[in-house]
Design a protein around this ligand. Structure first.
Ligand SMILES: Cc1cc2nc3c(=O)[nH]c(=O)nc-3n(C[C@H](O)[C@H](O)[C@H](O)COP(=O)(O)OP(=O)(O)OC[C@H]3O[C@@H](n4cnc5c(N)ncnc54)[C@H](O)[C@@H]3O)c2cc1C
Length: 408
């Protein structure tokens, strides 16, 4: 392990790997540390939005990325109290590919890691856990961690904490986030997919007291079942059979499949968190992605927001890093650019949680019809571009402005 880098990134998720790729492409010597040995964890979310497809096009990777097995979703629809409604239509978005790509996140991360490894100045250390920042004279000068070969220290001009919502690096540097609060949690499980009996596409089902989202992973459905925060214990107390019956009531086509959930081990509780970090940087340290702003799964925008942070950071930091003249104001500029989009998106998620999700989960009977905003979206299809824009592109989208380094 090279003990001196220009940048060391803790966390090989979407934020960390995309930042590592972009910095390496621009000629910065960068190492990414990922605590796991592979990317094969299924609780990461699978959506790559038009904003990220634009980023991939900017760096010439779009066509290769689209060769991965994936599903393209041009519109988002759902079954709301028995009525099929279309909520977002991505077809008119100003993007090179106006659709959502559903791809297992480990495939996306493997792809970015593979592309980054082409640069000799990029290193990815798998199974390397960053444990704390190294400090000298009040400045962060590197990270300390543990890998397969024991303890290590890497010194760098910049440490980036991209280690997700349970960040240790941010905490070790004394930066604490505010818990904005989320009234929901998510149960995450697989059900077998039978194209003869099941709906053809990714979508959602809303019933009184139940919200089920189904992501098409070809041979199976990745299901997200939304529950009130802390409600998992109540469900467990009612028993697994009762939970299977609930699922079969919400989605009767799953009735023959729910028995595949043999034990509670097949059902993972994902705790939803929304956090906001007051200050994203210290001398020598920058925090991005979920470590700076843990996102709710609402809208499925967290991965893309994390990637947008990475793009902004690369745009603003590559040159000073390469030239060895990184200063605090460069890091402040990244926060200035990205804090506002993260906050606005989180506020929108909170509003949807409070005005849509929680009331639906509290209902015991179906309303007379679908809510007015959904009715308007059915009546005036052009309105569907608005939610599509918020989900697919978001606020203040980033483009890759940093040029590839001739030697990279
Ligand atoms: C239930 C649920 C469903 C979601 N679904 C979606 C979705 O469909 N679409 C979407 O866009 N977003 C979704 N999100 C949000 C999304 O998962 C996150 O916003 C996004 O993954 C953040 O990316 P990140 O790179 O900042 O962090 P992460 O994806 O959390 O990546 C952090 C990485 O750092 C590694 N790591 C952690 N600590 C260390 C350490 N100390 N040293 C080294 N490595 C470390 C981790 O192993 C991980 O690989 C969902 C969230 C939840 C809770």
């Amino acid at each position: 392990m090279d003990s001196r880098q220009q940048c060391v990134v803790a966390g090989g998720g979407p934020a960390g790997l995309v930042l590592g790729y972009l910095l390496a492409r621009s000629g910065v010597r960068v190492a990414v540390l990922e605590k796991h040995d592979d990317f094969l964890r299924d609780f990461r979310g699978d959506t790559i939005h038009p904003s990220t497809l634009t980023v991939l096009q900017d760096v010439g990777l779009l066509e290769r990325f689209l060769e991965l097995p994936h599903d393209e979703v041009a519109e988002l629809s759902g079954d709301v109290f028995g009525e099929i409604v279309t909520i977002a239509d991505f077809r008119r978005l100003p993007a090179p590919r106006p659709f959502l790509v559903l791809v297992p996140q480990w495939d996306f991360l493997d792809f970015i890691a593979g592309e980054a490894r082409r640069f000799p100045n990029f290193t990815l250390h798998m199974g390397a856990k960053a444990e704390s920042v190294l400090e000298e004279g009040g400045r962060v000068v590197g990270v300390r961690g543990k890998g397969h070969d024991g303890a290590f220290e890497i010194r760098a001009d910049l440490v980036v904490a991209a280690d997700g919502r349970h960040t240790t690096i941010r905490d070790s540097a004394g930066l604490n986030a505010i818990d904005v609060g989320a009234p929901i949690d998510v149960l995450w499980f697989h059900l077998p997919r039978d194209p003869q009996r099941h709906p053809s596409r990714t979508g959602g089902i809303i019933r009184a007291g139940a919200i089920l989202v189904m992501l098409n992973r070809q041979s199976y459905w990745q299901c997200a079942y939304v529950i009130p925060k802390g409600g998992f214990e109540t469900l467990q107390a009612e028993g697994l059979q009762r939970f299977r019956e609930r699922l079969a009531t919400v989605a009767p086509f799953f009735a023959p499949d729910v028995a595949t959930l043999e034990t509670w081990d097949a059902i993972k509780l994902l705790t939803v968190q929304i956090t906001d970090l007051e200050q994203w940087h210290r001398d020598g340290l920058l925090v991005i992605g979920d470590a700076a702003h843990a996102m709710s799964p609402v809208g499925g925008v967290g991965i893309n927001l994390a990637i947008q942070d990475a793009v902004a950071a690369a745009n603003l930091l590559a040159e000073p890093l390469r030239g060895g003249r990184l200063e605090a104001n460069h890091l402040a500029a990244v926060e200035k650019r990205r804090h506002w989009p993260a906050r606005v998106t989180q506020r929108a998620q909170v509003a949807i949680q409070d005005t849509v999700l929680s009331p639906v989960l509290a209902r015991t009977d179906a309303p007379a019809g679908v809510p007015l905003p959904l009715k308007l979206l059915q009546r005036f299809p052009r309105l569907r571009s608005l939610p599509a824009r918020l989900v697919g592109i978001g606020v203040r989208p980033e483009r890759v402005r940093v040029a590839p380094h001739p030697a990279a």
